[in-house]
Design a binder for this molecule. Structure first.
Ligand SMILES: *Cc1c(COP(=O)(O)O)cnc(C)c1O
Length: 410
């Protein structure tokens, strides 16, 4: 009998009981707004920021409404100008170029390597060609480039780095937490990331001026002294009257849900690694299928898994996806002609100027992606690996199929 997988690729774990109880207490208090505190009370949102700053080792932390908001806020805090070029990875997700375009700047896409990280040679070439002073570095799907080399290059080029850590909360490069290399880092707490409050975002930085602007931008009015992980009040003096309010605050309800999850992050990272390594072991040495090398020095969070089917025709890949889906294994393909669910390509983002990146085109044409929610067990990953392996062999070694439509999975 053909083996089928019956797990759900979009089912997350429940919110920890401690978070549910804290959330109910906030609801009972009625004080959901972060600046609505009783005498002597420190808001859940302020405590959350303090705890995330401690977790990452950052001086300052600001919690906001979403990861996308955090990126826009970082760009504004760095005083991005209308029409200014902002470098970013061509292999990323729509909120990244979206955040750049939404502040009136111009995304400039940089090529991707086979290890799914930013291409340093192209980064240098594009920085010199455009004169860009900002890089929105997306650690897409949790793949970290050599962060020491990246920072040396950007320092030499005079490029300020904003890190998009939506997929690297809990990750590290040579023991330094992801998000602690650039001038500022942005995280997401949306349901499919590493802690879950439905929506939410963080900014962290050691730069007092930048973070004072970010706090004011987020909609602090003149209540910034109520923060517990913001710069000292003196840092606000020069900017308090000239920084526009672009409301995007975190609220106490979501902060209450998140705080107990921060304590679980380390344990979650270990569980994700077990899932990832099980899948990787099951797919090792599958003819026609290329695994993505993980760099030494990288502590990654295996919340998703990527592999490539190099030189497969689109029809062959579509047939492979169709057969995997029929056996319960939901795969996404970054090479599909049309955007499907969250998988879109840089050339689908038509609000950015048209750009041609042949190396990224070649890699995305063969790139397959799957989620690994923590509701899966290593045993589940063994089943998934067996199905992918079997179908890769059958389809990869079979005759060239007629054109097949890629399955439209949501
Ligand atoms: C999810 C995500 C973001 C931020 O998204 P929000 O949904 O706005 O929290 C940013 N970058 C990447 C790569 C993402 O996957």
């Amino acid at each position: 009998m053909t083996e089928r997988f019956t797990g759900n690729f979009t089912q997350q774990e429940p919110i920890p009981e401690e978070g549910i109880e804290a959330a109910v207490a906030v609801l009972r208090s009625g004080r959901l707004h972060r600046y609505n505190t009783a005498a002597g009370e420190v808001a859940e949102a302020a405590l959350l920021e303090q705890e995330f700053a401690a977790l990452t080792g950052a001086k300052y932390c600001l919690a906001v409404a979403s990861g996308g908001y955090a990126m826009g806020c970082a760009l504004r805090a760095l005083q991005v100008r209308q029409g200014e070029p902002v470098l970013t990875n061509a292999f990323t997700l729509a909120p990244v170029p979206g955040a750049i375009a939404a502040v009136g700047a111009e995304p400039v896409f940089v090529e991707t390597t086979e290890d799914l990280v930013i291409d340093f040679a192209d980064l240098e070439a594009k920085a010199l060609a455009t004169g860009a002073r900002l890089l929105m570095l997306s650690h897409m799907r949790g793949h970290l480039c050599d962060m020491d080399a990246l920072m040396r290059l950007c320092d030499r080029l005079g490029v300020t780095v904003i890190e998009d850590c939506a997929h690297t909360m809990g990750a590290a490069w040579k023991g330094v937490a992801s998000g602690r290399h650039g001038a500022v880092a942005c995280y997401s707490m949306q349901t499919y990331k590493h802690v879950n409050s439905g929506e939410g975002g963080f900014l962290i930085s050691d730069d007092a001026d930048l973070m004072a602007r970010a706090v004011l931008l987020s909609g602090s009015y003149m209540l910034y002294a109520k923060h517990a992980a913001a710069p000292p009040v003196e840092a606000f003096e020069a900017v308090r009257m000239v920084t526009p309010n672009v409301s995007g605050r975190m609220d106490n309800l979501r902060a209450a849900i998140l705080r107990p999850q921060l304590k679980l992050l380390g344990e979650r990272v270990a569980r994700w690694e077990a899932l990832y390594r099980t899948l990787e072991a099951g797919l090792q040495a599958t003819p026609g299928l290329a695994l993505v090398a993980r760099a030494e020095g990288e502590t990654f969070v295996g919340s998703s898994f990527q592999f490539r089917l190099p030189d497969w025709s689109p029809a062959r890949i579509a047939l492979f996806l169709q057969r995997c889906v029929a056996r319960g294994v939901e795969l996404k393909w970054f090479g599909a002609a049309e955007p499907v669910a969250f998988t879109s390509r840089y050339d689908h983002w038509r609000y950015a100027a048209a750009q041609i990146l042949p190396q990224t085109d070649r890699i995305l044409a063969s790139l397959i992606d799957l989620r690994l929610p923590l509701t899966f067990t290593p045993g589940d990953c063994e089943v998934i690996a067996r199905i992918i392996r079997a179908e890769a062999l059958t389809v990869g070694q079979g005759p060239e199929p007629d054109a097949v439509d890629a399955p439209a999975i949501q």
